[in-house]
Design a protein around this ligand. Sequence first.
Ligand code: FAD
Length: 417
Amino acid sequence: MRELPAETDVLIIGAGPAGSIAASILAEEGFRVTAVEKQWFPRHVIGESLLPRCNQLLHEAGLLEAVERRGYMPKHAALFVMEGRRERFPFANSLSGDWASSFQVPRDDFDQTLASAARAKGVDLRHGVELTGLSFEEGAAIAAWKSDDGEGSLRARFVLDCSGPARVLPRLLGLDMPADILARSAVYTHVEGDLRPEGAEAGDIWIVVHPGGAWFWIIPFSNGRTSVGVVAEDAFFDTHAGDDTEKLWAILRSEADTAARLRGAVQVQPTRRLRGWTTATSRLCGPGWAVAGNAGDFLDPVFSSGVMFALESGSRAARLATRQMKGEPVDWQRDYEKPMQDAVAVFKGFVLAWYRGDLSKLFFSPVKLENTIRSICSILGGNVFNQDNLFVSKGPDAAIESMLWGLRMLEAGKTAR
Ligand code: FAD
């Protein structure tokens, strides 16, 4: 391995979506950017369904073309399936100004694509290098690293932690907060031969409600493979016999729409299990450092918001770090921590309402109100910043409550007539 420099302007820890987008933006601004990534790519990581907001952020960072060249499956809508009923939320129905489509991406390929594009923009990206320690002195960060070839230290003007669930900085600085969303597990794999819808609906994500308290994802790729996964509390998996593969298939086949879609499907990857992914961090920034992506907060996979938050926080942090290193005053709390925490709070309200069952009442209501549908489509598309959206301006709990109340009134009115 080429020797790591002793000094850099920005050190980025981790080359997932948060790290690659941040590194690209900073390198384009002319800074020396060193990104250390402990794994060799391609590597396995979950999180395959993107939101339209991701496309917008990739476009703004000059990375969308590289992604488009990969020919990923276009995703135009989220389809919810419950007790034989289907509700499709096309992103084209979002509030005006939102992007109308995204992609379903095998993450090993997607992350490698972004990392290569970042390198092409001048990022000094080193695989097989793990950050092991960090201290701050005289306005600089001193990072300790190790690799198979040895170990050393590196001095940086700014450090951005994009280390995902490893959460390097929150752990080193003691910023972990208790997660207040119930711990669940996901059991998942890839299959070939699923019977997808035709045309523009082929790339929809299916989110299927299982009556026993689980939900499934079905995410079709353009390479003929489909990602399938079950999310539930451990107790639900325990009620099914066998190993995780047997449990997975027994559960998938016990829901009629899923069973029909997967009746000829063949498993082409090992079954994997993940547990307890919710994380929360008390601070996202401090003098000379910031935390982006999953290294900060991660809620739950149900609305596929993880990569969007990684790209959003990575871009915002990179733009603020740029201004700071150019000598401008930057209010990190106001311009980074607060908007990111507010955005997470909107999705958190959605996630909690989903598990309470309130959102499915809204999604499957026989009464369709245009503004409600457009607001839902916008949130499902990842735009949690638009103050014209009631879920954002009123807050998700108050908005959901008043929408459900309105729907009850309308339904009661119809029944009375
Ligand atoms: P990561 O992609 O995790 O990248 C972090 C990188 O940092 C890794 O490559 C790691 O090797 C590196 N690293 C860690 N420690 C060090 C160190 N000390 N030194 C150097 N490098 C280091 N999101 C979606 O958008 N859509 C989905 O459909 C979706 N489904 C999901 C399903 C499940 C079950 C779960 C749990 C999550 C899902 N997510 C989904 C969330 C998604 O996986 C993450 O939000 C996303 O990968 C976060 O990106 P990131 O860049 O923050 O971190």
